[in-house]
Design a protein around this ligand. Structure first.
Ligand SMILES: NC(=O)c1ccc[n+]([C@@H]2O[C@H](COP(=O)([O-])OP(=O)(O)OC[C@H]3O[C@@H](n4cnc5c(N)ncnc54)[C@H](OP(=O)(O)O)[C@@H]3O)[C@@H](O)[C@H]2O)c1
Length: 291
């Protein structure tokens, strides 16, 4: 069996690649730039392809049995996802696993949640064997704010008083690898969420406990988040994420007990907890972010 990982140089896709390779699956990673292939894990093939240039997709998908698809945040994300599905169908790919987002249809006012709906629809109606993974907010997003946490002692990601069932991207990757290779998982949606319902204060308190220093939650100040984010990302992305964080502040992103049970059944173990992640990557002496 050969799998193609679209988004395989990204946060989740790189871990999906490792999971598949470690299961003995022949893996190819698609990237827009061949420069990125030098850092692929050994035994993994690199193929150049760009979802914005559909003519690059048939060669990338030739001989591929299963596709993992992550679509990056982009103003034309829907079109990129639809092109990926069309190319997979045309290439005779048998199975596709798509990384969407938790509860997309309940928050279609968030631009990059709404974009997932037509891509999910196209996948369900593609005729391929499909599984849709719908992750909560990643633990690993915190690598982006490591300096704020460790040096300034503040946790800046807006989160709600209701809480989010944030998730470790390694659990998403393992779920993806299972869905790409196992029987009996096709035609299903899985919410991929962690076991702890975390408020902003609880996240900050976990960092404070592990780091042995004060860490204050400052994420409720959306205007401050926007001012900081505007220095790091394009305007369209700031506007998109500001809507998402306003939604998180009001509603949280909560997984149901049934959703958590289904994920545990899929993984064959409980998903990773937040404090274990913080201890693994933020304990004293760990100066460099790892993804
Ligand atoms: N962050 C969260 O908490 C969270 C939670 C739930 C769902 N999600 C979803 O996760 C997705 C992002 O996944 P991620 O964080 O793993 O990705 P990421 O780290 O942002 O990496 C983006 C990947 O997409 C590839 N890519 C970008 N533009 C491309 C194009 N035109 N053609 C082909 N490949 C392209 C990049 O490859 P090259 O640069 O090498 O070409 C890279 O591998 C989004 O859809 C987001 O909504 C995120």
């Amino acid at each position: 069996m050969k799998a193609l990982v679209i988004g395989g140089t990204g946060t989740v896709g790189s871990q999906v690649t490792l999971e598949l390779r470690n299961r003995g699956v022949a893996v190819a990673v698609m990237s827009r730039s061949a420069d990125r292939f030098a850092s692929l894990p050994s035994g993994v093939e690199g193929v150049v392809g760009d979802l914005q240039q559909p003519q690059t997709l048939p060669p990338a998908m030739a001989g591929v049995d299963a596709v993992f698809l992550a679509t990056a945040l982009a103003p034309d994300e829907i079109n990129q996802g639809l092109e990926a599905v069309e190319a997979a169908k045309a290439a005779g790919v048998r199975r596709i696993v798509y990384m969407s987002v938790q509860a997309a249809e309940q928050a279609v006012h968030i631009p990059h949640f709404a974009t997932k709906i037509p891509i999910e629809y196209a996948i369900r109606h593609s005729g391929l064997e499909w599984t849709i993974l719908r992750p909560n907010n990643f633990f690993q997003n915190d690598f982006w704010v490591r300096d704020a946490i460790v040096q300034a002692g503040v946790y800046p990601q807006p989160m709600s008083a209701r809480g989010l069932n944030r998730v470790d991207t390694r659990d998403i990757a393992e779920a993806a690898a299972i869905c790409l290779t196992a029987h009996g998982v096709a035609g299903r949606n899985y919410t991929v969420a962690g076991p702890d319902l975390l408020t902003g204060e609880q996240v900050a308190a976990t960092y404070a406990r592990v780091l042995g220093r004060d860490v204050a939650y400052v994420g409720a100040d959306l205007a401050a988040w926007e001012a900081a984010a505007s220095k790091m990302m394009p305007r369209w992305m700031v506007l998109d994420l500001r809507i998402m964080y306003a939604h998180f502040l009001e509603h949280g992103l909560v997984a149901s007990p049934g959703e958590l049970r289904d994920l545990e059944t899929l993984l064959g173990r409980p998903p990773r907890g937040f404090e274990a992640f913080v201890r693994e990557f933020f304990s004293a002496g760990q100066a460099v972010a790892q993804g």
